[in-house]
Design a protein around this ligand. Structure first.
Ligand code: 26V
Length: 826
């Protein structure tokens, strides 16, 4: 048996970098050939667009060879395949990663330079496919990278949105959303197969019927269909031959199934029906916390999940696997509740289409699915009104009712507790009847996991506590991770070179090897080199922001970075209060500007278009920036940079330049965070609360290398229980009062006191995430940040120790934990 592409623990990582499959001469030949025969241009005629496409097609060749060999190997091996079901993949740019995994970067650079072409210019030409909102989608992208790197037979399934996460612009400081036209430079990375489209049904009715054994059965007769067209992306592992598949489904109208509309002669409506169907994969919903209960979103979910399950089940059965053995050959990992409709869909497939007995189908289903929860906020838990659900998926609703009935009978029998029965029901009755997707996921899955140690504990204690009491062994933790390929090796080449010189190149596939850096934290020569890398990365981002946004950054200052979705629980407003309070104290004469350690605060954040408070916070950040960046008192001391449209492309340039990583959510609210890991791995120190994976970062790097502040989760819980009154904190803290009063006075809105009234009054009278309660502690820790930064040697030592001690946060380790605790666990 081939040791590669195994689903069991993979062989030990090899310590080698990929060797290129083409030399420079061959590269030039293939590249010019592509220009000529796929673009139809000669070299002198070629635009950057032509050259970019030719580059992609050249790099794709060796990847396709590996991809085909991987498929043959995986089919032959007939082992277990991990199918990752996710409505989002925030992939980031593909070109650099493909060059890295093929080992072709140097070859391409050399080859193109002989043609007078700058490789970096072509790489910069790519528009990233931003097919995700934030953390959850980016995690999916890191996971498929690690699955391939660890030679695991895996496939990612999702949706090929025509428009990904909106492009953010600022108009007078306010966020304005523009459509994300990521396909406008073509989609050369994708291999589409319209001939393999599958029909996906919706709506219609359910009929009684008799199955082939003469037994009564149910049959779904959909009212309309849409075709799911598979679009394949190659997912190359690093330092291995494995190239897995990411299969994103695109919706296309299904003429043959909707012919009756055409036949009725109603051409106009027939064409309209086409548009309606193709709408399904048109746009990513930009909400990432409050489900809107939109019918189109449920259509998206069922569309991609039904196509994916049918795809993998059919291919597995074709290999001669029996129904009963499906759980030995497939595991479906549910990325949050968005794909949970897959549970009734597999039941329908097995019971209605393949005529299995209900009980057999149910035990197969419960063996196949596993569910990852990514939130703690109750309002983020998806529920679907039963009338909407039943209209769109009538047979699935019937199946859910039966699952629920049998499950609740069992709970009743085992506990005799009617209150518990109501609490655990898959159907909520109030305030409206709806399907609770997290309950369905938990009942229909073999394992349920949270995404950081604290989060998994809080899931068991709060969000899903009845279920964890009922099935204690079902619950486990897998702490998130990030891919070191994209977020260190590619994004921080200078640090990578330094690491390669110090400890060899093995860390890229085995990040635990970073621990070998530990002794170098006391080597002054190494610390100096490390500091040079950071300085280099600062000038790199300064150049990027100057060209991209016209923002000028000082080269010598604390780079204090807070990048993540704009959300009240993440507390961008607390960061802002810190900045405003420094300014307010300078104005009031209680702080000498010369005593402020020079600092640039970089924000990057998109707000959900319908999230009012988040959008006002963006406007306030921009307003404060406009004022303090021009305040003569603060020149050379304090600056805010808020580049619009933070995305993966920008993250790759920004994170390596950071000194300070802001991870300041209210304890108990951020499930994990993954930006926190990327910053630490690139040598930033964290200022953070004991929330999400910060807890584990703090534990690993040690208290003296982490700026810990704020209430703990139990503290916050007690304060809430006792009745939190934010205005009391305002009244008793003079600095806090000064800062809030300055905002309320209209100082940042040309004297208009009403401009930020709703934020100010929310702080004083509501402040759900307790920014005011943590303000003093945050200010004090920022003073410690300044003190430490003045001692360059101490700072650099801590930064190196952050790198040395955070190898745990590789997504390769997360995937190993999924194997050990979920996919391969007996
Ligand atoms: C939720 C919803 C709710 C319905 C509307 C559409 C929509 C879209 C996405 C989501 C997911 C929100 C949950 C999420 O992104 N969680 C983040 O997951 C990260 C990876 O585990 C984790 O690091 C972050 O802490 C967590 O907020």
């Amino acid at each position: 048996m081939d040791a590669r592409t195994s689903t069991v623990s993979p062989e030990a990582a090899q310590d080698h970098e990929p060797s290129p499959a083409l030399d420079a001469t061959e590269f030039v030949r293939v590249f010019t050939n592509e220009l000529q025969y796929t673009r139809g241009v000669t070299l002198p005629q070629a635009s950057n667009q032509d050259k970019y496409i030719a580059l992609v097609r050249t790099v794709l060749r060796p990847l396709i060879d590996r991809w085909q060999a991987t498929q043959a190997r995986q089919a032959e091996q007939n082992g277990k395949t991990v199918a990752y079901l996710s409505a989002e993949y925030l992939l980031g740019p593909q070109t650099g990663n493909a060059l890295l995994s093929t080992g072709l970067e140097d070859t391409a650079r050399e080859a193109l330079s002989t043609l007078d072409i700058d490789l970096d210019e072509l790489i910069a030409h790519e528009i990233e496919p931003g097919l995700g909102n934030g953390g959850l989608g980016r995690l999916a992208a890191c996971f498929i990278d690690s699955l391939a790197t660890k030679d695991i037979s895996a496939i990612g399934y999702g949706i090929r949105y025509n428009y990904g996460i909106f492009r953010q612009t600022f108009v007078n400081g306010h966020q304005v959303e523009q459509p994300d036209t990521w396909m406008s430079h073509g989609t050369p990375w994708e291999i589409t197969h319209p001939e393999l489209a599958q029909p996906i049904g919706f709506a219609g009715r359910v009929e009684d019927t008799i199955n082939s054994a003469g037994q009564p059965a149910r049959k779904w007769v959909p009212g309309w269909y849409v075709q799911a067209v598979p679009c394949n992306y190659l997912v190359p592992g690093y330092g291995t031959d494995t190239v897995n598949t990411l299969r994103l489904w695109s919706a296309r109208a299904a003429d043959e199934f909707n012919l009756h509309i055409f036949n009725s002669g109603d051409f106009e409506n027939a064409v309209r029906a086409r548009t309606y169907a193709e709408n399904i994969s048109n746009v990513l919903y930009p909400e990432d916390s409050t489900p809107q209960g939109k019918e189109l979103r449920l259509q998206q979910q069922y569309f991609f999940v039904a196509a994916s399950i049918r795809d993998l089940v059919a291919r597995t059965l074709e290999r001669g696997v029996s129904y009963a053995d499906l759980p030995q050959h497939i595991t479906f990992q549910l990325n949050d509740t968005h794909p949970v409709v897959g549970i009734p869909e597999l039941m329908r497939l097995l019971v209605d289409d393949h005529e299995l007995e209900w009980d057999d189908a149910w035990s197969i289903t419960r063996e196949i699915f596993n569910y990852t929860c990514h939130t703690l906020l109750p309002e983020a838990l998806e529920v679907w009104p039963v009338d909407l659900f039943g209209r769109l998926l009538p047979r699935h609703l019937e199946i859910i009712y039966r699952i629920n009935e049998e499950f609740l009978n069992e709970v009743r029998l085992n506990t005799g507790n009617e209150l518990l029965v109501r609490q655990m029901s898959i159907i909520q009755e109030q305030p409206f009847r709806a399907v609770r997707m997290a309950h369905l996921a938990t009942v229909g899955s073999r394992r349920v996991n949270g995404v950081a140690a604290l989060h998994s504990q809080l899931l068991k204690d709060n969000v899903l506590k009845d279920f964890s009491a009922y099935w204690p062994d079902k619950f486990t933790n897998v702490t998130n991770g990030v891919t070191p390929r994209r977020f260190v090796r590619l994004s921080n080449p200078e640090l990578s070179d330094l690491l390669n010189d110090a400890i060899g190149t093995g860390w890229v596939r085995d990040l635990s090897q970073l621990s070998q850096l530990e002794p170098l934290a006391d080597d002054s020569g190494f610390l100096e080199q490390f500091a040079l890398v950071k300085a280099h990365n600062k000038s790199r981002i300064a150049a990027v922001l100057a060209a991209r946004d016209g923002i000028e950054l000082p080269s010598d200052a604390i780079y204090d970075v807070m990048v993540k979705r704009l959300h009240e629980y993440k507390r961008q407003s607390l960061k802002l209060l810190h900045v405003v309070s420094l300014y307010a104290r300078v104005l009031a004469g209680t702080l000498n500007a010369e005593d402020i350690e020079p600092r640039v605060v970089v924000f990057g954040a998109k707000a959900a278009p319908g999230y009012r408070m988040a959008k006002e916070t963006i406007a306030l950040i921009n307003a404060v920036a406009a004022r303090i960046n021009n305040a003569p008192e603060l020149q050379g001391r304090l600056k805010i940079a808020f580049p619009a449209n933070y995305n993966v492309t920008l993250a790759e340039k920004l994170i390596p330049a950071a000194d300070l990583s802001e991870q300041i959510s209210l304890a108990g609210k951020e499930a994990s965070g993954t930006g926190n890991m990327k910053f630490a791995l690139n040598g930033a120190l964290t200022v953070g609360t004991l929330d999400g994976a910060n807890v584990e970062i703090h534990e690993l790097v040690g208290d003296e290398n982490f700026f810990l502040f704020g209430m703990t989760e139990p503290d916050a819980e007690s304060l809430a229980q006792a009745g939190y009154v934010p205005s009391k904190f305002y009244e008793k803290d003079a600095d806090l009062k000064l800062a809030i009063d300055l905002i309320a006075s209209g100082a940042f809105s040309n004297g208009d006191r009403s401009a930020f009234e709703s934020i100010v009054s929310d702080w004083l009278w509501h402040d759900r995430f307790m920014a005011l309660a943590d303000f003093r502690s945050y200010l004090d820790i920022q003073t410690k940040v300044e003190e430490k930064y003045r001692d360059k040697a101490a700072w650099n030592r801590s930064a190196v120790l952050n790198v040395a001690r955070t190898g745990f946060f590789s997504s390769d380790r997360s995937i190993q934990d999924y194997l050990d605790r979920i996919w391969m666990e007996k």
